[in-house]
Design a protein around this ligand. Structure first.
Ligand SMILES: [Mn+2]
Length: 285
């Protein structure tokens, strides 16, 4: 495992691997992306964007310091199965070392690789515009449009912010009785309460596809989708999830840097700061 410190690290944190509780894993995966390529540049852009942000989190009211270690980018071959194995092994190493992995992507398929590093008791909460429940998309068993379905082979998944799927996927989600909070129900009290009831006291992994957000605040993604959620919606969910469960891992995926607009990577970096701050604030009390 190659290690980074100082100027190349997330939020310019300088902390030893041993002392850090969270470890950023840059995952430049961009193999099965279909519409707009470029997510492999996502991890670097998010880490760079983090350096323009304060380590005091205004929304959470927490000062983040000496918590996050940043690994070098994973070296991934062009073979998706092999890439899944590399992601699984890196994540497993961190879990065994007692760390909370923070994967930055890269195409969303990486979540499946990471999920293999966790026990079957971990609840996966996936924020995404897309259901990602397609079987064998483009004749590829492992691909970004099947990500949630693949994770659901071993772990329970809940989908938040969904607004793009086909009828087959819709029927499959109903058949499996998964908790799906579509974009139009995002602000209903019953939605957030049903999620809290499901995850209370359990271990959770939070996965964010940046396309869950409205394209007006996150235009730099591989497959933009109109009518997305807003930052405040996310914070409401994130704080409810973290207050009621035990966070074991997270990923922030699908950032695709644009040449003339960096607000997507700034938002992605802020989400990581928010999640870590919320979790630290909870553990401090
Ligand atoms: Mn998506």
């Amino acid at each position: 495992m190659l290690l980074n410190e100082g100027k190349d690290s997330f939020l310019e944190e300088v902390v030893s691997f041993n002392d850090a509780k969270y470890v950023v894993v840059p995952v430049p995966l961009d193999i099965t992306t279909t519409y707009l390529k470029g997510t492999k540049f996502g991890p670097r852009s998010v880490i760079e964007a983090s350096r323009s942000l304060e380590n005091y989190d205004f929304e959470v009211d927490y000062e983040l310091k000496d918590k996050i270690f940043t690994l070098n980018e994973l070296e991934l071959s062009g073979d998706i199965r092999n890439a899944m194995e590399v992601i699984n092994l890196s994540t497993s190493d961190l879990v065994s070392a007692g760390k909370i992995p923070v994967l930055i992507g890269g195409e969303h398929t990486a979540t499946y690789g990471a999920s293999l590093a966790f026990g079957e008791d971990v609840e996966f909460i996936i924020f995404d515009a897309h259901a990602d429940f397609k079987p064998d998309f483009l004749k590829l068993e492992i691909n970004h449009a099947s990500n949630a379905r693949l994770v659901n082979l071993r772990n329970n998944v809940s989908l938040i912010g969904i607004r793009s799927l086909n009828l087959e996927e819709k029927e499959e989600l109903i058949k499996r009785k998964l908790l799906v909070i579509t974009k139009d129900k995002i602000n209903d009290d019953t939605s957030i309460n049903s999620l809290i009831n499901l995850i209370r006291g359990k271990k959770v992994y939070i996965s964010i596809d940046m396309d869950v957000f409205d394209p007006s605040i996150a235009p730099g993604v591989g497959t933009p989708q109109p009518n997305g959620i807003l930052y405040r919606d996310f914070l409401n969910y994130a704080s409810a999830i973290i207050r009621n469960s035990a966070l074991v891992g997270m990923d922030i995926m699908e950032t695709r840097p644009l040449s003339d607009n960096n607000i997507t990577e700034i938002l992605a970096a802020k989400l990581i700061i928010d999640l870590v701050s919320l979790n630290e604030l909870k553990n401090r009390h």
